[in-house]
Design a protein around this ligand. Structure first.
Ligand SMILES: NC(=O)c1ccc[n+]([C@@H]2O[C@H](COP(=O)([O-])OP(=O)(O)OC[C@H]3O[C@@H](n4cnc5c(N)ncnc54)[C@H](OP(=O)(O)O)[C@@H]3O)[C@@H](O)[C@H]2O)c1
Length: 322
């Protein structure tokens, strides 16, 4: 099969399109013929091995996994002997290592059936970004209908899902993004948009019940100023802790913030759950969520796609068609 291969940490130029063996299917696994994959900030970190802390997971001196990519949608080609939930021919979407390839083998548990009304490209855009947004709002942010939610970093992969899911859950949403994305944020449902290049977030004056910090490295005190006295602040990403810790600094910030009374701070690492994929798929079928796809690239141009993602201003998701 054809796959994008990564043999060392570094810039996207080091990636090559190669002919490699199809992955073997384990007893509890399914083999998926991939129709589309999508990129995440995670892929950018794993490509460069930065922050260095990422190498504890990805391999200390060189990447343990040679094929990048973690989100896909495709058709089940074969199933292991213990697989009962899914069958050859099923159209599925979910997380898998090695998504930038023609085939991937993965455990059955994390996959959801792709509704026929949703394209493979739309489904591939969902797994990491949409489940992060959903879990940030619902599980960590405990959002309730009518609450005021501020989404900082509303125009990227996670943010475009967060705005739409927050609206679907009944929240009143303020999106924070740069000038070029203001109209797009309104189009996906934001009630109010703050252009961070022109307006000072800390001077907004308005208090929110929930703030999701997805991008932008502001001081904690800036966020606390626009958070209600009993509000919740959920750190998803964006903080820059340098080459060693990188965005994982976001894990440390809430520890500090727990010293404050009233306002609650949390950090999160999204979990793979088929039930959450099904939840988002139902919102998509109901017309409440539509993945925002910024650009599409063929598999051979995945290095170019990663370079674009790495520049940090994607407008929604970047999809790789296989
Ligand atoms: N905790 C978790 O489980 C988890 C899961 C997934 C992702 N993440 C993290 O979440 C972050 C975002 O991921 P993503 O996939 O959405 O990335 P992405 O698609 O690359 O989007 C990044 C967005 O950040 C926005 N941005 C840049 N500077 C900003 C600023 N100062 N204020 C507000 N927005 C700003 C950009 O919008 P403009 O062009 O408008 O500036 C861009 O759209 C990453 O740090 C990633 O590591 C965490």
């Amino acid at each position: 099969m054809q796959a994008i291969v990564q043999r060392s940490y570094g810039p996207p130029d080091g990636l090559t399109l190669e002919e490699i063996e199809r992955p073997a299917v384990g007893d509890d696994q399914v083999l998926i013929r991939i129709r589309a994959a999508s990129l995440n900030a995670y892929d950018w970190h794993m490509l460069r091995g930065k922050p260095y802390l990422a190498r504890l997971v990805g391999g200390l001196r060189k990447p343990k996994r040679q094929v990048p990519g973690v989100d896909l949608a495709g058709v089940i080609e074969a199933v292991g002997p213990n697989v009962t939930r899914l069958h050859p021919g099923d159209e599925v979407f979910g997380p898998s290592n090695g998504a930038l390839a023609e085939y991937a083998a993965a455990g059955q548990a994390n996959y959801a059936l792709k509704p026929p009304t949703i394209t493979f490209e739309e489904a591939a855009a969902v797994p990491m970004a949409a489940t992060t947004a959903l879990q940030g709002l619902r599980d960590h942010g405990r959002v309730e209908p009518g609450q005021k939610v501020l989404i900082v970093g509303a125009s990227g992969g996670v943010g475009t899902f967060a705005v739409q899911i927050a609206k679907a859950l009944g929240a009143e949403v303020t999106a924070v993004c740069s000038t070029g994305n203001v109209d797009a944020a309104r189009l996906i449902g934001a009630d109010r948009v703050v252009d961070y290049t022109r307006e000072d977030l800390a001077a907004m004056g308005e208090r929110h019940d929930l703030i999701l910090v997805i991008a932008g490295d502001r001081r904690l005190s800036d966020y606390r100023r626009v958070l209600g006295p009993a509000g919740r602040l959920v750190f998803i990403g964006g903080a820059t802790g340098g080459n060693w810790v990188g965005p994982l600094i976001a894990v440390l910030k809430p520890r500090l913030a727990s010293l404050f009374r009233g306002q609650k701070m949390a950090t999160m690492l999204a979990k793979n759950r088929a039930a959450d994929l099904e939840f988002v798929a139902a919102l998509m079928e109901a017309g409440k969520v539509t993945p925002v796809i910024d650009r599409r690239y063929p598999l051979a141009e995945a290095p170019e796609a990663l370079r674009y993602l790495g520049a940090g201003h994607a407008r929604g998701k970047i999809v790789i068609t296989v």
